[in-house]
Design a protein around this ligand. Structure first.
Ligand code: AHR
Length: 516
């Protein structure tokens, strides 16, 4: 563990702080100029699940909203503003049931399919590979495809790659051209299976690594596109899965290895996971305590990867994360539709800080999920659309994309609830290509302000500005009637004091500062 706040996040106690507990001394270190916070940490996830694709991104032609074809443009415009770096599709569990060839060619001739994982809905395959890649093009985002390993074949996956990436005169390429795309799409990000320990086939890690190697052998690079082959990784803290994958799969066969961890308010998959709204402070505390485990989980998997890959060539991608609550009362339980509060925004800021602080290994992550599912960025109700508090956090944090990492040193005060405590403060910092320094700060305490006195050795700066997300209660959220209940505001609590930065960080807030 490199930094004090990480020690605290991992539940390791530090000596009790004095009465002036809410004053924190922080140092922003210059860091290693070569260590970059990958923009891909801010990736998103669009599974065929509930109203994420059908009724989300892809709407009925009669719906009275701005559209390009059937792609909903108010969502596209909102996501363009936060510069989504990559978009994972078509799943999730759905990916291991998806047959891509059913989703290309004239729409009327595409066969229908049952979405067996999510609500047994009948999908008409009108949203397929070309539509997804058109969406990515509009968003200016890197497509991240998940190949069907669980119920597909090696041939099916390798045909998909040839269809998308080759430019030779083969039947696959001829078909792509006939379907309207003359040039290769050059899709380089490929997940080989999803949750292969569970919905992707209930495999053991030994069995999966053999299957992976077989699939990866037939995942060809076509001229102009070098594939990033991604191993389906562990469930939460399953260290053995990572150990076996790292031991058995040669480095040149894997660009990345994934990890999935969801934050459940109750911490349990059986029974209630906890409500999305209307929770009390104890439930809020428990949620953040469970969310902070991400730091420990990433640390453990990264340490195993270090054992086999000292040069850190293999990326760790947390390609599913976020809060998973009970669904909104009255909605289809298979659709995973949940509201999104300030609590979720604080969790998002905290998690992105954890990833930033592990940027030497974590080089990608995908929030689950983009629209109308789990910790969504966007919720829709027919023509209506709202941006969630979580969306605003991604808006704030985009300044870290591909910026140089700057390590922080500080001791967080405790946020105490009954007999338990968690660190109240978490943070990360980076320097962008123009030399501006950005510090993202999260105060999880619901009542106490944190006063920061921050030194920035080696940084020359004149002005500080910032934006904040907060609200009266951690259970506040945006509704279709009041979509701007929670929105970003200018932050005036930071100033230059001598050569240092003084910040009064309000309770239950996410703040991002810019120094230049
Ligand atoms: O994000 C919802 C589901 O959670 C995904 O389909 C699956 O990969 C995970 O279990």
């Amino acid at each position: 563990m490199r930094y004090t706040h990480l020690l605290l996040a991992a539940g390791i106690s530090l000596p009790a702080l004095s009465a002036s507990a809410q004053t924190v001394q922080m140092t922003v270190q210059p860091g290693d100029p070569k260590l970059i916070v990958s923009k891909h940490i801010q990736g998103q996830f669009a599974e065929h699940l509930g109203r994420n694709i059908y009724g989300g991104f892809w709407v009925d032609k009669d719906l009275n909203v701005p559209k390009k074809g059937r792609i909903r443009m108010d969502i596209v415009e909102a996501l363009q503003k936060i510069h989504v770096p990559n978009l994972r599709w078509p799943g999730g569990c759905f990916a291991d049931t998806y047959h891509w060839h059913d989703g290309v060619g004239p729409t009327a001739q595409r066969p229908k399919m049952l979405n067996l994982w999510w609500g047994n809905t009948l999908e008409d395959n009108s949203f397929g590979t070309h539509e997804f890649l058109e969406l990515c093009d509009m968003l200016g985002t890197e497509p991240y495809l998940a190949a069907n390993v669980g119920s597909g074949t090696v041939e099916e996956m390798s045909n998909w790659m040839e269809y998308l990436n080759s430019n030779e005169d083969t039947p696959m390429v001829q078909e792509r051209k006939k379907n309207g795309h003359a040039e290769p799409y050059k899709v380089s990000w490929w997940g080989i299976g999803n949750e292969s320990w569970g919905c992707g086939g209930n495999m053991t890690p030994d069995y999966y690594t053999d299957v992976y190697k077989r699939y990866a052998t037939f995942a060809h690079d076509y001229p102009g596109t070098q594939l990033k082959k991604i191993v389906s990784g562990a469930n939460g803290d399953d260290a053995n899965w990572t150990e076996v994958c790292m031991k058995k799969i040669p480095r040149n066969m894997m660009w990345g290895l994934t990890l999935h961890y969801y934050t459940l308010p109750t911490g349990s998959w059986s029974g209630s996971k906890g409500a999305a709204t209307g929770f009390d402070e104890q439930q809020y505390f428990n949620t953040l305590r469970n969310g902070l485990k991400m730091d420990d989980i990433v640390t453990r998997h990264a340490a195993i990867m270090d054992k086999y890959d000292k040069e850190k060539r293999v990326a760790l991608l947390v390609d599913e994360w976020g809060i998973w609550t009970d669904v909104e009362p009255g909605t289809n339980p298979g659709f995973l539709y949940q509201q999104n509060t300030l609590r979720d925004a604080l969790l998002a800021g905290t998690t992105l800080n954890i990833f930033n602080n592990h940027c030497d290994r974590v080089r990608g992550a995908n929030l689950a999920q983009a629209v109308n599912v789990l910790q969504a960025l966007v919720l829709t109700d027919k023509e209506k659309m709202l941006l969630t508090p979580t969306y605003h956090v991604f808006d704030l944090y985009q300044v870290h994309q591909d910026a140089q990492y700057m390590p922080l040193e500080f001791k967080s005060p405790d946020y105490v609830m009954g007999n338990e405590k968690i660190p109240a403060l978490n943070a990360s910092a980076s320097k962008d290509k123009n030399g501006a320094v950005h510090i993202s700060l999260v105060n999880l305490d619901t009542k106490k302000t944190i006063n920061l006195e921050t030194a920035l050795p080696g940084v020359s700066w004149k002005n500080v500005s910032g934006r904040i997300l907060t609200s009266n209660s951690v259970s506040d959220y945006n509704t279709f009637e009041k979509p701007n209940n929670l929105k970003l505001a200018e932050f005036k609590g930071a100033k230059k004091k001598g050569g240092n930065l003084a910040v009064a960080l309000p309770p239950k807030s996410v703040v991002v500062l810019e120094l230049k």
